[in-house]
Write a new protein. Structure first.
Length: 391
C-alpha cells in the first residue's frame, strides 16, 4: 500500500459513521463482527530500492487478503483485531522476487464513564517491501524491517471545563539487513501529560509536557538521546465545518557524547468539511527526527508542510490528493558538515465504490528528494490500479 493510499483509506474511514463511541469503522465492517477482504493490484515502481543512481524499475503484482474482527465486548468496551498479508511479486528485482509482508493490529477501547476513556492500540509489522525507502543507502540494500508500536491514551474530565490526558508510546525497529540494523535498530519511548481548559464551548486552551527516550541497539553510548518538550496551544472550532488546532513550544534534547540542543517545536493543522464526505486539511510541523545515517548525523531538523483533499464527485466516485513538502537539515556529528535536503511527496487517486463490497482505484505517487549530498537524492514514481472485495 502506498503512502497516499494509506492517507486515502484514513480519510474515507474518518468520513463514515461510527459503530460505537470508540472509533469509526468502514462501511464494509458495519453490522457484523468478522470481515474478510481480498485486494489485488498491478503497479509500476520506477525505483524499487530508492537508489540515487542506477535506479531499478519493475512491474509489481500484489495480492493482499485481510481479516478484521470488531466487537462491542460490553456496553463500555470495544475490541478490534486485524491481520493483513501482502504478497508482492516483482518482474525485475535482483535476488528474491516475491516478498511477504504482515500487519497485525489489536485495539481495546474502554469508556469508564461518559467523560473518562482508555484507548490501547498495538500494531506489529513485518515490512518486506517498505513504503518509505531510506535514501542514501548503497544500491540494492535490503531495507525490510520489523516494527512494533504500542500506544495508550487515557482521557478524563476533571471538572466541567478542565480535562486531562495521559499518553504513552513505545516503538521498536529491527531491520533485516545486519549492517543496517547495527546502525538504526532502536526503541523510542514517549510519555506525555496534557491539560485543557474550555474558555468557550468552541475554544480550548491546551498545555502539554512530553518526555522521549531513544535507545539504539548498537553503539548506544554515542547515539542514545532524550528529549523534554513543553508546549501550549489552542483547539478552536471556528464553525461547524471548520476546526483548527495549534501547539507551539520547545524541545530540549540531550545527546550521548554529542552536543545537546534546544529547538522550537510546532504542530498546526486545520480541516474544512465543505461537503458531505468532502474535505480539505492542511498543516505544518517542526520537530527533530531520527536520521537514516547515524554515522554522520545526530538528528534531522524537519519542517513539514502538508495538504490533503478529498472530493466526492458523486456518491460513488471519490477523488483525492496529497502534497507534503519537507525542507530539512541533517545535523552533522563533530567533524561532519550539516546537509540540507528538500523532500516533496505528491499523490493522487480516483476511487469508484459501486457497492458496499467493491472498491476500485487508480493511484499515482511521486517522491522527489534534492540533497546537498548527491548520494541522498531520490526520484521515485509509482502508478497502479487496484481492486478490493470485502464480505
Amino acid at each position: 500500500m502506498t503512502f497516499f493510499r494509506i492517507l486515502l483509506v484514513g480519510a474515507l474511514l474518518a468520513a463514515l459513521p461510527a459503530r460505537a463511541v470508540y472509533a469509526p469503522i468502514p462501511e464494509q465492517e458495519q453490522g457484523k463482527d468478522l470481515t474478510f477482504t481480498f485486494a489485488g493490484e498491478v503497479s509500476h515502481d520506477s525505483n524499487i530500492f530508492g537508489g540515487a543512481t542506477g535506479a531499478i524499475s519493475s512491474m509489481v503484482y500484489e495480492f493482499a487478503p485481510s481479516v478484521v474482527y470488531n466487537a462491542s465486548v460490553t456496553d463500555q468496551t470495544f475490541l478490534s483485531l486485524s491481520y493483513r498479508l501482502t504478497l508482492d511479486h516483482f518482474d525485475d528485482r535482483p535476488g528474491q522476487e516475491t516478498l511477504d509482508s504482515h500487519d497485525l493490529t489489536a485495539r481495546v477501547a474502554h469508556a469508564f464513564n461518559q467523560s473518562t476513556t482508555l484507548d490501547v492500540v498495538d500494531d506489529y509489522q513485518v515490512a518486506r517491501n517498505p513504503e518509505s525507502v531510506l535514501n542514501g543507502l548503497p544500491l540494492n540494500t535490503d531495507q525490510s524491517f520489523q516494527r512494533n508500536e504500542l500506544d495508550a491514551h487515557y482521557s478524563t474530565d476533571v471538572t466541567g471545563k478542565i480535562g486531562a490526558d495521559v499518553k504513552a508510546r513505545t516503538v521498536y525497529y529491527k531491520y533485516r539487513d545486519a549492517g543496517l540494523g547495527r546502525s538504526i535498530d532502536r526503541i523510542e519511548n514517549l510519555f506525555g501529560l496534557a491539560g485543557n481548559y474550555a474558555v468557550l464551548p468552541e475554544t480550548k486552551l491546551v498545555g502539554e509536557f512530553r518526555h522521549q527516550d531513544v535507545y539504539y541497539r548498537k553503539l548506544g553510548e554515542i547515539k542514545n538521546k532524550s528529549s523534554d518538550y513543553l508546549m501550549g496551544g489552542v483547539d478552536y472550532a471556528v464553525a461547524k465545518k471548520l476546526t483548527t488546532s495549534a501547539r507551539v513550544g520547545a524541545e530540549w534534547r540531550h545527546r550521548a557524547s554529542e552536543r545537546s540542543a534546544t529547538a522550537p517545536y510546532a504542530e498546526v493543522s486545520a480541516k474544512f468539511d465543505y461537503l458531505e464526505g468532502s474535505f480539505i486539511s492542511a498543516g505544518y510541523m517542526r520537530t527533530l527526527e531520527e536520521p537514516s545515517d547515524t554515522v554522520r548525523f545526530t538528528d534531522t531538523r524537519v519542517n513539514r508542510f502538508f495538504a490533503n483533499v478529498q472530493h466526492h464527485v458523486t456518491p460513488l466516485i471519490v477523488l483525492s490528493g496529497s502534497l507534503t513538502y519537507e525542507p530539512s537539515q541533517l545535523e552533522g556529528r563533530r567533524g561532519q558538515v550539516n546537509v540540507d535536503e528538500d523532500t516533496v511527496r505528491t499523490g493522487v487517486a480516483a476511487s469508484y465504490l459501486p457497492t458496499k463490497h467493491w472498491t476500485l482505484s487508480v493511484t499515482y505517487d511521486n517522491d522527489h528528494v534534492d540533497s546537498d549530498d548527491p548520494a541522498r537524492d531520490l526520484r521515485r514514481e509509482r502508478a497502479g490500479a487496484n481492486a478490493s472485495y470485502a464480505f
